[in-house]
Design a protein around this ligand. Structure first.
Ligand SMILES: [Zn+2]
Length: 518
């Protein structure tokens, strides 16, 4: 059965620059979905990659005075480095210029659309934004400038191959309204439906080879043209599965997978929710089941650009502040709808407040109390401790709440369900005051039983945190789980902090200066 197979993809960014925190958002969201579904016995294939065949890369390489090959390779490496830096479980990483599976797949795709009668040559004149690799109608421009880049588009007149998008409006509308092709959130679905209802025009799917500097995949049977980079790039979702090379993975992960999930930013919605499904219909392939759209991040109130430098470089941030802090900010603070502003200060504040003080402190306290009051041995299963009902409920409902939130692709809601366990556990400690029970227990066996129940409930909360946190903060979850695993002697390992505070003036640094350090 392949119904439980889930194929999850991120977009393949242009490699005209190094990755920034906005790229990290999408891959971390995809990683959480992949990890959660694997944790629930689903088979998952998580794919990322880079779009090497863009004219934008050619221009950026020229500006940098480097060969396109060298320039593209170096930036693609930086995107690959996101994997270890952010603890991503990417199963496959496709590079459109290097991957041997890609070109035969794009060629087969092209030929399938041609066989369907959907490709034809036409002379065309229009306004082109190289940043977007897209023609714009005058009505789509803002004061004559690209709405995405705020640059003036070039007037381009050339003969190109066109794709008969106009044929597919009805079929696309039906797929979206029936839920066969789900677009989330709803506002984005409405945007796509409005675009379709405005009437779909055929779009150009090739460029003169000359203008592309020879970079890109030649049109089959017409070497004077190269395939439009978007047509080329979108194909990656099936070429990486072996659509053009007869690989069985294509059948398993595309044709009969239960879910085919694309994550993408709002700027490329039309390509993924209109052009791509129409290309799939034309070539006789299944549609994706889910298109998940995120908004943009800004850094310190500014649109993220190359000039943002290391303040928005996810690899540098993870090296300095830890993978957990970066992932937690992205998952916990970025809303389902609307842009979010990243600053290092906000990331540190969030990590210190919730990870170090909330979660970390809880685990350390519980382990320390079990060591102190029970010699490191966790009391066996107990009836629910008096006053522990809310905590028990938070533990019991966490997994279901996370599943429901992730089904809506609401990562903030999902992390809230995990956080609720820590929050309730800290409340419970303050309410039952285990240290007072410990002082009273020598005189009263009932108090001993009560303290056993309290420690057991808190231990179960920590174990649940290790389990439920795993898709979100895999590194931290592993440390918590280690901390909650009794050794051969039946004792919990000696406590070591599961999070360090990041802000200056933390207790560790304060202790150093109190001893006369710097
Ligand atoms: Zn643009």
């Amino acid at each position: 059965m392949t119904a439980s197979h889930t194929y999850i993809t991120t977009t393949i960014p242009y490699v005209n620059a190094r990755p920034h925190i906005g790229h990290a958002l999408e891959v971390v969201q995809a990683d959480v979905l992949a990890r959660f579904r694997r944790q629930h016995a689903d088979r998952v294939r998580f794919q990322a990659g880079t779009d090497d065949n863009s004219l934008k890369n050619v221009l950026a390489a020229q500006a940098a005075g480097q060969s396109v090959r060298e320039f593209v390779d170096r930036n693609a490496e930086a995107f690959l480095a996101l994997g270890p830096a952010l603890s991503l479980t990417v199963d496959d990483f496709i590079r459109t210029s290097r991957d041997l599976r890609h070109r035969p797949g794009v060629e087969r795709f092209w030929q399938a659309c041609a066989a369907a009668g959907d490709l034809y040559r036409k002379r065309y004149e229009g306004l082109y934004c190289t940043g977007c690799e897209q023609f714009y109608s005058p009505a789509e421009l803002r004061a004559g400038r690209c709405p995405e880049h705020d640059t003036e588009p070039q007037r381009v007149a050339e003969e190109n191959w066109f794709f008969r998008l106009s044929r597919y409006g009805g079929a696309l509308r039906a797929a979206i309204t029936s839920g066969e092709l789900r677009i989330e959130p709803a506002g984005r679905r409405n945007e796509v439906l409005a675009f379709i209802d405005g009437g779909l025009e055929d779009f150009s799917v090739s460029r003169p080879a000359e203008r592309a500097g020879g970079w890109g995949i030649p049109v089959p049977g017409d070497p004077s043209q190269v395939i439009y980079v978007w047509f080329d790039a979108l194909c990656n979702y099936v070429t990486a599965l072996g659509y053009g090379t007869g690989d069985d993975a294509y059948r398993q992960w595309w044709v009969s997978a239960g879910r085919r999930v694309h994550l993408l930013g709002k700027g490329v919605l039309r390509f993924h929710a209109v052009y791509w499904p129409a290309m799939l219909l034309s070539s006789g392939q299944s549609l994706p089941t889910d298109i998940v759209v995120h908004d943009y991040l800004t850094a310190g109130g500014q649109k993220i650009s190359k000039s943002s430098g290391s303040s928005a470089d996810p690899v540098a941030l993870a090296a300095e502040y830890g993978t957990d802090a970066v992932r937690w900010w992205l998952l916990r603070e970025v809303p389902r709808v609307g842009d979010a502003d990243f600053t290092i200060e906000r990331m540190i504040a969030r990590a210190d407040d919730e990870l170090a003080n909330g979660l970390g402190n809880l685990v350390n306290r519980v382990v320390a109390m079990i060591a102190r009051y029970r010699g490191g041995r966790v009391p066996g299963p107990q009836p629910v401790a008096a006053g522990g009902e809310d905590l028990t409920a938070a533990i019991r409902h966490a997994d279901g709440r996370i599943a429901a939130a992730l089904e809506d692709f609401d990562f903030r809601q999902a992390t809230a369900a995990v956080w609720a366990i820590a929050d309730e556990a800290n409340r419970f400690i303050n309410r039952v005051r285990p240290w007072e029970l410990a002082r009273a227990e020598s005189a009263d066996a009932a108090v001993t039983r009560q303290l056993d129940a309290v420690l057991r409930a808190l231990f179960e909360a920590c174990s649940a945190l290790g389990r439920e946190l795993a898709p979100f903060l895999p590194d931290a979850a592993a440390r918590i789980t280690d901390q909650c695993a009794p050794g051969d002697d039946g004792q919990l390992p000696a406590g070591s902090p599961v999070f360090r505070r990041l802000a200056p003036g933390s207790s560790a640094r304060a202790a150093v200066s109190a001893r006369g350090g710097h």
